[in-house]
Design a protein around this ligand. Structure first.
Ligand SMILES: [Zn+2]
Ligand SMILES: [Zn+2]
Length: 377
């Protein structure tokens, strides 16, 4: 439906600016700024007051400058968030077609164009040639504030929005927007997980710990979580790990082989991205095992023998983030398994925007698994 521009609602009674924590230089503290908000809301768009943003490893990598988007500074970080709608454009609906109105609580993450080869032919939103995230929006170019570290955010027409059930907490729903959906997609990509099978999760960050829980819930007989430091491995134990491997205690492959009776793991999931992930995964995968590469965002890793992939008849799959399907399933997952594990233990105490820089530094130093920002504080 097209609506003439002149009929679009203005937001005269709504905020014209928003406080946001802006990244102006990699590795530097974020600066609190007042960004403009769009003066009108397009059809299908919404203006949201953010209630919760959880920080993701990608936010930290961008802050560090390990992941960069040339020409995109200044930017607002944060792409796992939940908020309350304060205004909508005409015909605003969520991804399942449900009408959206002020007062509704929604989550959203990336946007897609719906018109490219990835969207139309592959029907894979993660393959969209014009996939947009809040952090792919310059903070000095309209619509300015589309990301999570902001009091208000403009949710674009193409953003996949989801009305949230009251049963799923703000923190859980925020995490569903990237970390949880990424894990669920990886399990889908890895294929059948036979009940009782063995699973190694490489990485003990938010993704790895959540994946540990998903593996257990999915019927794995033995879940081994590999990582460090000890505090994170202890947390993995509370989320279903039958054994943990500290990579500082010696070769990871040797430790996993000892724990699996020399057979290796039926499934290996990379949520670590360290250079050793490839050779470790292939070394500790069992005959006919599967390896899902999820966390290797860097340019290169250590070499590994293709002959072992052949000899063990391994299946290796990549898994890239997730789409609105995975996001919706992540919300359903938290609804179904709300009491199964102590999900709240993943999250730090919420802080306001002024403390976002401190939280990024804490996650950079691995002191916290998932920092929580409540811009209303
Ligand atoms: Zn597209
Ligand atoms: Zn993320």
């Amino acid at each position: 439906m097209s609506v003439p521009t002149t009929e679009l609602p203005t937001i005269a009674d709504l905020p014209r600016t928003t406080r946001a924590a802006v990244l102006t230089a990699h590795g530097e503290p974020l600066t609190l700024q007042d960004l403009p908000l769009p003066s009108e809301i397009e059809p299908g768009a919404a203006l949201v007051r953010i209630a919760c943003t959880t920080l993701c490893g990608t936010d930290i990598e961008i802050w560090e400058g390990r992941m960069t988007f040339p020409g995109m500074l200044p930017m607002v970080l944060g792409h796992e968030m939940v908020g309350e709608i304060v205004a909508t454009g005409p015909d605003a609906r969520d991804a399942l077609g449900r009408p959206l109105a002020p007062g509704d609580r929604i989550g959203w993450s990336e946007s897609t164009c719906g018109e490219c080869h990835g969207c139309v032919v592959l029907r894979e939103p993660v393959a969209c040639a014009h996939r947009g995230y809040g952090f792919l929006q310059r903070a000095d170019v309209p619509p300015f504030a589309t990301a999570g570290l902001s009091e208000y955010a403009y949710v674009t027409p193409g953003a996949a929005k989801l009305l949230l059930p009251a049963s799923v907490k703000d923190t859980w729903a925020s995490m569903a927007g990237c970390a949880a959906k990424t894990v669920l997609r990886a399990f889908e990509r890895a294929g059948r997980l036979r009940p009782g099978s063995s699973v190694v999760v490489q990485g003990a960050g938010a993704l790895g710990i959540f994946a540990t829980a998903v593996a257990k819930i999915s019927g794995a007989g033995q879940v081994i979580t590999v990582g460090a430091p000890a505090s994170r491995l202890a947390l993995a134990g509370r989320f279903g790990a039958d054994a943990v491997v500290d990579f500082r205690d010696g070769p990871v492959v040797d430790q996993v082989m000892a724990l699996t009776g020399g057979r290796g793991a039926d499934h290996v999931f990379d949520f670590a991205g360290a250079p050793s992930v490839g050779p470790d995964a292939i070394g500790m995968a069992a005959q006919r095992g599967t390896i899902a590469i999820v966390g290797s965002t860097g340019p290169a890793g250590d070499g590994f023998p293709l002959s072992t992939i052949m000899g063990k008849e391994l299946t290796v799959v990549g898994s890239l983030n997730g789409d609105i399907s995975d996001y919706s399933r992540a919300i359903d997952f938290f609804t179904a398994f709300a009491d199964r594990f102590p999900w709240d233990d993943l999250f730090s105490t919420p802080v306001g925007l002024a403390d976002a820089s401190t939280k990024i530094a804490d996650m950079h130093h691995l002191d916290e698994v998932k920092a929580v920002i409540d811009p209303r504080l």
